[in-house]
Design a protein around this ligand. Structure first.
Ligand SMILES: [Zn+2]
Length: 81
């Protein structure tokens, strides 16, 4: 009886260990976890992760409002020249 109990416990522990050691299946998607690139808002100099920033060519913005204001400023400067 005790032998059976030991076998069962070992089976459960082995199963859990295999589950813990095996990387979770994610449909073949193997993206290495790398630190997020930080970018700077062209208007207010706020640093934020690139995934949260709004890109406009080479520039990045912290929000749509700053992108709009930067565009307006750029167009005003272009109009002056
Ligand atoms: Zn900004």
């Amino acid at each position: 009886m005790r032998f059976l109990l030991v076998v069962i416990v070992l089976a459960i522990v082995g199963h859990l260990l295999r589950k813990a050691l095996r990387p979770p299946p994610r449909g073949g998607e193997t993206r290495p976890a790398q630190p997020e690139t930080m970018v700077r808002c062209a208007l207010c100099d706020l640093h934020l992760p690139r995934s949260e920033a709004l890109a406009e060519g080479e520039r990045h913005f912290c929000c749509a409002d700053h992108r709009r204001r930067w565009r307006e400023r750029a167009e005003a400067q272009r109009g002056r020249n």
